[in-house]
Ligand binder design. Sequence first.
Ligand code: ADP
Ligand code: ASP
Ligand code: MG
Length: 440
Amino acid sequence: MKVMKFGGTSVGKPERMHHIAGLVTSEQEPTIVVLSALSGTTNSLVEIGELISKGDRNGAKQAIDKLEAHYQAFISELVIKPETIAKARSVIAEHFEFLNIILRISFSEALSKDILAQGELLSTKLFSVYLEEQGINHLLLPALEFMTIDTYDEPQIGSIKVKLSQILKQHSDKKLFVTQGYICRNARGEVDNLKRGGSDYSASLIAAAINASVCEIWTDIDGMHNNDPRIVKKTVPVEQMSFDEAAELAYFGAKILHPASIWPAQQYNIPVKLLNTMQPEAKGTTIIAEAGSVGVKAVAAKDNIIAIRIKSSRMLLAYGFLRKVFEVFEKYRTPIDMVTTSEVAVSLTIDNSVHLKEILKELEPFGTVELDENQTIISVVGNQISQTEDMVKKLFGSIMNIPVRMVSYGGSPHNISLLVPAQYKTQILQQLNKGMFGLE
Ligand code: ADP
Ligand code: ASP
Ligand code: MG
């Protein structure tokens, strides 16, 4: 079996849905198709949730009506037969009725997750109606019946595996399955999600659960590029990279993949392919255990980073100091991204400021604590980069005019991270593109 995941832009227009129906039916192997919401929908649902939480019911009503009109126009070009038009209309009616009912009840965090789930429910049901119109035999798999997260919001891979294989066993006559990305049930049994961009994570979890031959992520670009194409003009796709390299890039800001989406595929050794829906013949990027070539492959940037420096003379020749510092972050379940130490100070970075106040208070007894907000991590990723000739020279030679706050090198053989003030992000990505990849 294989998994094919299509992102928002790949399903965002009726003609794109027609096109992906062609892609998924050209497969010989049984396939699970994972869909995101139509592009723009999740952003609209976030806005609707925020308006309701602020008590602006008129504003929310207007946003709901606007979104509904978009879906009415969408189905008018998606399907043509009277009976499938009626089915598509009733899908829209069901989900927009739900949103209109929410307008009348009191708002809660759980309700906001219900609102967000409507996008993927709509896209998969409408795609299913279109497949039905085309006479394509398939089954809609409700993700809420198998995709679960625990009390720490971590996916329960074991139980996903059991539930999914039970469902698939009951339908062993089918070759094509369609399911929702992003949405899941939490430990309280409520509707929840895998965070923004989470459909990639769903696809990888499903691929791991069914031991798929491949997990294909179909999007609007021909693979993982060497630099952020939203910021830098000339970028090129990378043909092959290792799970480790892809995980570093996804975690450190390459938007093409959800930050956590690589580990399930890596754990079960399932190849991941990044492919372009608009250009299916392009090679894209293959992500497997072997890195392929040696050298620097790509750079990525992660925003909204906070750097914390703890200076203490007690650190001098002492042991156990770092453990005490790290325990504070563990207590508040706040991951640390970068760490650098000197004999009398330690600097580290976090991207989650929810418990910043409490963390700073608990760090105070250890020494002087300094804070730098609004920083960006620039990650240079590749295979055995430390052994790449002139790499350090090229890297630092190309960014000599930029004030680097921290450097992390040697933590893994495939990553060098730099911390710079956020205002230098565009400049540093452009200069690295020229200095390290010879691209302008
Ligand atoms: P989807 O809706 O299919 O999930 P996303 O918008 O989440 O698509 O991800 C694809 C986008 O990621 C691309 O259009 C591109 O702008 C952005 N992106 C950022 N960094 C990279 C990179 N290094 N390589 C390729 N795409 C990248
Ligand atoms: N629709 C969700 C989002 O926009 C999930 C995804 O697209 O992967 O974040
Ligand atoms: Mg995405």
